[in-house]
Design a protein around this ligand. Structure first.
Ligand code: GLU
Length: 294
């Protein structure tokens, strides 16, 4: 008897309840009010509560968060001037330095409310490509998880110029999942998941809920457009992230973060977003992939 695709999806989803090490990635657009660009405390609060609840269920949790630059820009509004200067790399890096500290302050507050300790890990491209840095990173994450801490990760935007940068947190989160051998990566996004075409331009675009095998036709479905003005992640970076995650033996779900409780649904095996099934590839080499792709 052949099993239908939707039945396969249903069965696979149920197995997500058993995942132990979970990486959650949240983008700037999911943390800020679109009307003002200011922090959405309600959403950040629910996010923290969901993650702390996962910890209480005995899961290991790593959060990869964007928002440093956007939060810093907002904090420095009024003292920034305009024109070219505002878009310069150094200005962006200064904003990130201010914003990253603010972001952590807010996370610390909410995590503390739910009785969990959070720690900050900032990375650049070198942290992945340099073997010693990678080794140190792995040790730090391992120790943090051992101590019951929730690591909060971002790119070190205040020092990472283009050549040193990973560039987007979709890929960064997949690299963290890969290095730490996580078994589930949840990409919280402002889109529902993967469509056969850009649904904002093509009303006939079909939704894909279950990707058993990530082939090249599927990779081509990524469109180079971000849903909002705040983040850098369009669908193409999400598919690149999926490539890394599944090759590392990690399932990945893209889902809409308009309600952060979706994290609970994903881990309960509810059919939300798009799931990419783990498909370990022993020939995959992260450093080579980085070299070829970026
Ligand atoms: N690391 C950047 C920030 O925190 C965001 C990158 C991204 O949105 O993918 O501003």
């Amino acid at each position: 008897m052949t099993i239908s695709r939707s039945e396969k999806n249903r069965r696979y989803r149920k197995s997500l309840r058993d995942r132990k090490r979970i990486v959650v990635k949240v983008g700037s657009s999911s943390l800020l009010h679109p009307e003002t660009g200011r922090m959405d405390y309600h959403k950040i609060d629910v996010l923290a509560r969901e993650l702390c609840d996962l910890k209480n269920r005995g899961k290991e949790v790593i959060l990869v968060t964007s928002g440093a630059t956007a939060v810093g820009r907002e904090a420095l509004r009024g003292s920034q001037g305009s024109g070219e200067e505002e878009n310069s790399i150094t200005r962006k890096q200064a904003c990130a330095a201010v914003g990253q500290a603010r972001l952590m302050m807010i996370y610390q507050k909410f995590f503390e409310d739910y009785n969990q300790v959070a720690g900050q890990v900032l990375m650049t491209r070198d942290t992945i490509t340099d073997n010693l840095s990678k080794y140190n990173l792995h040790n730090t994450f391992t120790e943090l998880l051992h101590l019951g801490v929730i690591p909060i990760v971002n790119e070190n935007d205040s020092v990472a110029t283009h050549e040193f940068s990973i560039g987007d947190n979709d890929n960064l989160s997949a690299m963290v999942a890969y290095l730490m051998e996580a078994d589930l990566l949840i990409l919280l996004s402002d889109v529902e998941g993967l469509f056969t075409d850009d649904p904002r331009r093509n009303p006939n675009a079909g939704f894909i809920e279950y990707v058993e095998k990530l082939d090249s036709a599927m990779m081509d479905m990524g469109k180079d457009s971000a849903g909002s003005g705040f983040g850098t992640g369009g669908m193409s970076t999400k598919l690149q992230a999926a490539r890394i995650a599944v090759a590392g033996g990690c399932d990945m779900v893209i889902c809409n973060a308009s309600n952060m409780r979706v994290i609970h649904d994903v881990v309960e095996g509810v059919n939300v977003g798009t799931i990419f099934c783990a498909d370990r590839d022993e020939d995959f080499d992260l450093a080579d992939y980085l070299e070829e792709t970026f």
